[in-house]
Design a protein around this ligand. Structure first.
Ligand SMILES: CCCCCCCCCCCCC/C=C/[C@@H](O)[C@@H](N)CO[C@@H]1O[C@H](CO)[C@H](O)[C@H](O)[C@H]1O
Length: 498
């Protein structure tokens, strides 16, 4: 059993046979070529073009890590690491420049086809995310994810992608982090499209994104599952939250926080009864009525939608980075708002080590706790860690990333030992990239990208060599230190089944 304090023991745990290792990126963050070969504008193109001053270091995704032109080097890096799969996303507006499926950009499809073939040539399985934050701007002009028609637009887009690639791709993620898309994008105005409508726009978006996910899942299930046997899931931001202490007030506040951060997305898909969690529905409903709304600001799921959503995932994609502590509060908050509905305060332990990103603290037990929570509450769902990572400043000797990686992988081994059905681990990120409004000021890469160079050259960091060693030996060694930072390709025989 994994203990929060003094949890380390001397047993050497091994990743089970068939456990997969991967690395991840997303289209806007690495591709660049924002308007090349017929690509249409996305909400991130527009947002950062219109607001250059909000980017910490001024670097947007116009060129990013140049993966549109450097994809062969990206695959070479994956071969160097020896990973089993590569998680990347498709830019909707690269394939459907105006968002709708009546007009397909063949050059866009060709790019992804070449990338997939390059991966398959080296026995690296593609894990494709259909949507990672970059909606076509043309669809945003019609309200984006706040428009219920978005569920249909997404299904049409998914149909184009499945038709093109279902025969080559074993793992699919419909949508990345509905809470970032909706709470940060349509509520807090922190992510594109930067709409500030907390407590209203965010809830409209959440309903539509979840239904869109389920429509794409059902489409695959109907038309491709039998033939190609791929797995389709959704990636959720599943950070951990503990009460700041064990007072009843704080424990209850933590339950509320978990239901809004985890249950809101898990319950419709993985619970027995389906739909949004009762506690969330009741709180938003009561607050809405008090505030003079005629009905809840959280739009109801119809009976058909509840059924469509229930069971609509083969695995849950766990994007896990950090842990927060929750305090109950009576503080007044601006209302209506998502924060007011949740109504808690968050804090950290001062001793938790900080990454370059201010929100990112190293709390390895959190990933264990979130796995156990999902197991207990949702009956041992199949999982992939679809994102986990650490940010630093530029530099190849990234000891803090190495330490964080080792500690979290050890915690994952405990979670597996305690029954978690975890199929794989995806490190975020394969390479440095555009960290949204933080630009390139927060580096998440196992490979450093030289953003000053014309081609955006990549160089392995220490963490890349350590990850390679872990994948090779299938254990986490504390004392492994490579003699130098030279990287080379080792031919691994990947024996896993699709
Ligand atoms: C005095 C104490 C004050 C305490 C204040 C506490 C505030 C706590 C706020 C917690 C916020 C946690 C935010 C977590 C965000 C991540 O889940 C999210 N960024 C993950 O998204 C993925 O991030 C990757 C790297 O950041 C990458 O950008 C990827 O595309 C995203 O999917």
């Amino acid at each position: 059993m994994f203990q929060v304090e003094g949890w380390s023991d001397l047993k050497v745990r091994r990743f089970p046979d068939g456990f997969l290792f991967g690395a991840g990126t997303s289209a806007y963050q690495v591709e660049g070529a924002w308007n090349e070969d017929g690509k249409g504008e996305s909400i991130w193109d527009k947002y950062l073009h219109d607001n250059p001053d909000i980017i910490s270091d001024g670097r947007n995704g116009d060129v990013a890590s140049n993966s549109y032109h450097q994809y062969k080097r990206d695959v070479e890096m994956l071969r160097e690491l020896g990973v089993d799969y590569y998680r990347f996303s498709i830019s909707w507006s690269r394939v459907l420049p105006r968002g709708f499926s009546n007009e397909i950009n063949e050059k866009g499809l060709e790019y992804y086809d070449k990338l997939i073939d390059e991966l398959l040539k080296y026995n690296i399985k593609p894990m494709i995310t259909l949507y990672h934050f970059d909606l076509p701007q043309t669809l945003q002009d019609f309200g984006g994810w706040a428009n219920p028609l978005s569920t249909e637009w997404f299904e049409d887009y998914a149909a184009v992608i499945f038709k093109a690639f279902a025969h080559k791709v074993p793992y699919w993620i419909t949508v990345n982090q509905p809470n970032s898309i909706c709470v940060e994008g349509y509520g807090q105005g922190l992510m594109a499209p930067a709409i500030s409508s907390s407590g209203i726009g965010d809830y409209m978006c959440i309903k539509n994104v979840l239904v869109a996910h389920a429509r794409a899942y059902r489409l695959y299930e109907r038309e491709y599952k039998k033939k190609f046997k791929g797995s389709v899931g959704i990636a959720l931001a599943l950070n951990w939250a503990d009460p700041v202490n064990n007072s009843t007030k704080n424990v209850e506040a933590t339950d509320v926080y978990r239901e809004f951060m985890i249950g809101l997305y898990m319950h419709p898909i993985w619970s027995k009864d389906g739909g949004f969690p009762k506690m969330v529905k009741e709180r938003v409903h009561q607050n809405s009525i008090k505030q003079g709304f005629k009905k809840s600001r959280l739009p109801a799921l119809s009976k058909e939608e509840v059924t469509l959503l229930k069971g609509s995932s083969d695995f849950v994609g766990v994007n896990h980075y950090t842990t927060v502590l929750v305090k109950s509060t009576d503080r007044g908050m601006s209302a209506p708002s998502f924060d007011d509905d949740v109504h808690v305060e968050l804090t950290y332990r001062p001793e938790w080590k900080n990454a370059t990103s201010s929100w990112l603290k190293s709390v390895p037990y959190g990933i264990y706790r979130v796995c156990v929570y999902l197991n207990t509450k949702y009956d041992y769902p199949q999982m992939f860690v679809t994102e986990h990572g650490w940010s630093t400043r530029p530099g190849l000797k990234d000891d803090t990333r190495v330490e964080n990686l080792r500690l979290y992988l050890k915690a994952i081994l405990f979670a597996i030992e305690d029954g978690t059905d975890l199929k794989g681990y995806t490190t975020w990120s394969l390479m440095d990239n555009v960290e949204w409004v933080a630009g390139t000021s927060e580096r998440f890469g196992l490979y450093e990208v030289d953003f000053e160079s014309e081609d955006k050259n990549r160089t392995a960091r220490l963490s890349a060599l350590v990850y390679k060693r872990i994948i090779d030996k299938r254990i986490v060694e504390d004392d492994y230190k490579p003699n130098n930072l030279k990287m080379s390709i080792t031919n691994r025989n990947v024996k896993t089944e699709l």
